[in-house]
Write a protein that binds this ligand. Structure first.
Ligand SMILES: CC(C)(COP(=O)(O)OP(=O)(O)OC[C@H]1O[C@@H](n2cnc3c(N)ncnc32)[C@H](O)[C@@H]1OP(=O)(O)O)[C@@H](O)C(=O)NCCC(=O)NCCS
Length: 157
């Protein structure tokens, strides 16, 4: 009879926490891998406004295992914008391609929604491109439904 295998080292646990300045290199790399653009100034500016876990209204969270950042999510509570009562908006979300389909996105959305509840709002919204079926499938799977708004735009040149 074979003896049971000794358990190997446990996989590092996924942790969600507010982003810190030292994380920006990995955040920029994940964004560049996904979008093909390295937007260093954009991310430092966003960190300035949303980072460090200083505000209840503005959330910029990362998911990490050990020293590796697997994804990030950004959202904020907006008061009375678009004529709607204060609610949480998620406007940035990315999971490292090699870490997808393992629940990282769901954990980050749950954490940002906990933050919104903590800030006193009871609804979360987001906006996405009509043809982005991946992000639509993700948000839909988390319980989000079409909202009663119509996005409008026009050219300015
Ligand atoms: C959308 C995204 C955040 C999902 O992250 P993830 O960690 O892979 O998602 P999860 O593992 O938590 O998946 C949760 C659910 O979402 C849905 N989902 C996720 N990826 C999916 C896919 N490729 N196809 C269909 N459904 C999918 C599933 O219902 C899944 O639940 P299941 O695993 O029980 O089937 C990730 O794919 C991503 O970062 N995509 C690019 C995002 C982007 O374009 N950002 C720029 C605009 S902000």
């Amino acid at each position: 009879m074979s003896s049971p295998q000794a358990p190997g080292p446990a996989a590092p646990e996924l942790r969600i926490r507010p982003v810190e300045a030292a994380d920006l290199g990995q955040v920029i790399a994940i964004d560049a891998e996904v979008t093909g653009l390295e937007k260093t100034d954009y991310w430092y500016e966003l960190f300035h406004r949303y980072g460090g876990g200083r505000s209840r209204q503005r959330l910029f969270l990362i998911a990490e295992t050990g020293d590796d950042i697997q994804g990030f999510i950004i959202g904020e509570v907006r008061d009375w914008e678009f004529g709607s009562a204060p609610c949480g908006w998620v406007f940035g979300l990315n999971v490292r391609p090699s870490a997808r389909l393992a629940g990282v996105g769901a954990r980050m959305l749950e954490a940002v929604c906990d933050g919104f509840r903590h800030a006193g709002v009871t609804k979360v919204r987001t906006l996405l491109a009509r043809d982005n079926s991946l992000v639509l499938s993700f948000f839909r799977s988390q319980g989000m439904m079409a909202a009663p708004f119509i996005p409008l735009e026009m050219d300015l040149d």
